[in-house]
Design a protein around this ligand. Structure first.
Ligand SMILES: *[C@@H]1O[C@H](CO)[C@@H](O)[C@H](O)[C@H]1NC(C)=O
Length: 417
């Protein structure tokens, strides 16, 4: 696994060097060893334990995204992988060695030498759910009816993850209502109540929910929003409400190897969105998807250049409710569904049966200021760049402080699925 991660990382740096518009040296971050071959030198950013942990769980998030996206290539994808990672990380508190190491490997904890993963995870959760972030994110472990749970599991769960396990009553109507009420409380009513039935064969259900409404640092003028063409692919076009700004300041780079234009827009609360827009309209975003890692995104973030641009971007209001059970099974977590050892939770053999994910995500013209902040001075003002998100794109919502991936979306059709 080390070799793979290093290769991806080095590959990302080297590839970036070949980028025409990103003018940094490809040797940056690489130091020659005695044989002259480049070796990895860890970026100081990742030496901060909470950032390192954020990078690990975000890499799990990019994996989950890829599995989900390839399972249904013609549909939008909307995920808050952090909330899924949180549920898994919390569950690992109840896992004995082999089971624990399987979860830890999926979350890339095996690459972290941190004796207090769960304590650091609390730090991460506190950082990304601080009120100014506008992010609501919650995770919960639900157990089969009448299960007796050890208090030695409950206490650390509450301490690091701020969540109490739920034990089903066995009455489907009451259980659904209780779960819905919990989601409503956590998300402050921003996510619709579910009508899905509680499956009857639950042993362990992981529930992860998240909601985000973006506040741009510079708000859009709603008088400039109009119905415009969105190219679903090279042939089909639909009309969607598109916001625009004839003279915005954004951070930009052209990745010639990925054939895509990358842009970053800041949000309030030390958050930002990075867009990946292919040079031509296509639903096949595989090449970009394959390159997504925490380290790659971190490098992009450093190397984008501030420019002035004509920007158009669709208004977006999406939600997703469904299972990511199959996706996790494909991510080397199958053992959790077959014969895991959760004897730190209970004496009875239990196993993971469902992983539910419910999320809502939106952005519109709302933002903090009407004009660009004076702190953002474009480096090149020689020409106005065009950046039109009027065809399929990928977006990545990150917490700038820790680098944590909070939401990821593949927008093939902004009208929703
Ligand atoms: C999508 O693009 C990748 C890489 O360019 C290619 O290998 C793959 O065959 C394409 N998939 C489809 C369904 O066209």
């Amino acid at each position: 696994m080390w070799a793979l991660v290093l290769l991806l990382w080095t590959g990302a740096l080297l590839r970036h060097g070949s980028c025409q518009d990103i003018a940094s040296s490809p040797e940056e971050g690489l130091a020659p060893d005695s044989t002259g071959a480049p070796v990895e030198e860890e970026d100081p950013f990742f030496k901060v334990p909470v950032n390192k942990l954020a990078a690990a769980v975000s890499n799990f998030g990019y994996d989950l995204y890829r599995v989900k996206s390839s399972a249904n290539p013609t549909a939008n994808v909307l995920l808050s992988p952090l909330s899924v990672a949180t549920a898994l990380s919390a569950l690992s508190l109840g896992a004995e060695q082999r089971t624990e190491s399987i979860i830890h490997r999926a979350l890339y904890y095996d690459l972290i030498s941190n004796p207090d993963i769960h304590g650091t995870y609390k730090e991460l959760l506190d950082a990304v759910t601080a009120p100014q972030k506008n992010l609501k994110s919650a995770s919960r472990i639900v157990f089969e009816r009448k299960l007796r749970i050890k208090s030695s599991f409950v206490a650390p769960l509450e301490k690091s993850y701020g969540t109490r396990p739920r034990i089903l009553t066995g009455n489907p109507r009451m259980d659904l209502q209780e779960i819905n009420n919990w989601v409503q409380t956590q998300m402050k009513g921003k996510i619709a109540r579910s009508t899905r039935e509680i499956p009857s064969e639950i042993s362990i259900l992981l529930l992860s929910v998240a909601y985000f409404k973006g506040q741009w640092v510079t708000k859009f003028d709603s008088r400039k929003t109009s119905l415009e063409d969105f190219h679903l692919d090279e042939e089909r076009t639909v009309k969607v409400p598109m916001m625009s700004d004839p003279k915005t300041i954004l951070r930009y780079g052209l990745d010639s190897d990925l054939s895509c234009k990358i842009a970053q827009l800041p949000l309030t609360g030390s958050m930002s969105i990075i867009f990946f827009l292919p040079l031509k309209a296509t639903q096949n975003l595989t090449m970009i998807e394959e390159s997504l890692t925490s380290e790659f995104i971190h490098d992009i973030d450093r190397e984008l250049k501030t420019v002035q641009a004509v920007l158009t971007i669709p208004k977006l209001k999406l939600s997703y409710e469904g299972e990511v059970t199959k996706s996790l099974q494909e991510m080397k977590l199958q053992l959790l569904f077959d014969s895991p050892d959760f004897s730190k939770i209970t004496g009875k053999p239990i196993k993971l049966t469902q992983v539910e994910h419910r999320v809502g995500f939106e952005w519109n013209e709302d933002g903090a200021e009407t004009t660009s902040s004076p702190g953002l001075q474009p480096t090149r003002l020689t020409f106005l760049l065009d950046y039109h998100l009027n065809q399929p794109f990928i977006f990545v919502l990150r917490d700038t402080d820790t680098g944590a991936l909070l939401f990821i979306g593949k927008i093939l059709d902004p009208r929703g699925t």
